[in-house]
Design a protein around this ligand. Sequence first.
Ligand SMILES: Cc1ncc(COP(=O)(O)O)c(C=O)c1O
Length: 408
Amino acid sequence: MEKTIIAKYSEGMMDKSTQVRLGKLGAYPFERLKKLFSASVPNSALAHIDAGAGEPRLPLPEFVQDTLNANISGFSKYPATRGNAPLPQAIADWLKQRYGLRDMNPATQVLTANGTREALFAIAHALVNPDAEKKPYVMMPNPMYQIYYGAAVTAGAGPYLLPCLAEHDFTPILDEISVDTWENTAFVYVCSPSNPTGWIADRDYYARLLALADKHDFYIVADECYSEIYWQDKPLGLLEVAQDLGRVDYARCLVMNSLSKRSALPGLRSGLIAGDADLIARFAKLRSYTGAATPLPLQHVAAAAWSDEEHVARHLQIYRDSLKAFFDVWGQGDIPAGSFFVWLPVENDEAFAIAAYEQQAVTLLPGSYLGAEDSHGENAGSGFVRLALVDGVEKAAELAARLKKVRV
Ligand SMILES: Cc1ncc(COP(=O)(O)O)c(C=O)c1O
């Protein structure tokens, strides 16, 4: 019988004061990592390998410089919250060709984001009513991209953790959740392909969630930032499953995607938000107050990046080759279905991270920093470390060779 778990501190997190809620959040994973390594010195005989941050380090796509130069005068104008031409249209066109969507209106179903991180955070503040008696939960996978957790807590919701366990291929478990809990859910974050586990949602998973959303009146926010990085089959998107089920208005659905991973442009800070026009309108209103508009020259670079698949195919090949090189040397385990992360089981994740740093000059992230403790006192990220294969094929092989020598 699997466990379905309410975060131990859900109730305590739902304080009325934003300041108190913020105070209850722990330090961000990379701050924790700095602290963990504060008394350690990396092996000085080896060049450092940073497999900690999921920051692609590939050459800049060719069109970036030229597009920026051609549109530099745009810095003298204020950009629009919903995005200016040609970006919303380029996003709509990409979504249509990538997912076979028949309809995607750039004026009503699309928003631009300054990277999906800010949008994934802000959406909770548009969809959660902290004063409501009902709907106090935001569901999310555990382990998770930590923004979901911080967003839920600061918005005044209780994070409800869906365990992602190796014995279930890391599928966020939806079974054994009570009707009462579903009824009290404001929205569910899905991360597919998943950071950190590499799991990809299939048609049945999205369809089941959509049926639950209709039955219990909640929304789905799908973070599909790693959609263009996969080992075999192209990941499905929430919007295409919705369309196939006849939900041509994408009711209850929002997807987010990013140029940080597919285009290796994390510094551009550009992403997309798309789906249900009512949710888009609500979110656009919030964003018009928070000031989340993207500078015009950067919008032009983003439009060029969504319009070019050549560089994306080139990057995909590098990620695939890197994963293969890592596992060839490592000699065990399966290549993840999606993303460029390796979610490696270890005895003690913090001890392994320290040993890898001191003995082999490798930075990686303890899995527990990407999880949250559940009501059973367990953290679904413990016993794993996350490696980001973002430095090319040779470094991926070298990383595996070095990790094989780590002794805890
Ligand atoms: C799962 C996931 N979602 C969203 C993001 C945010 O990416 P960005 O803000 O660069 O678009 C990241 C970045 O690491 C991520 O791993």
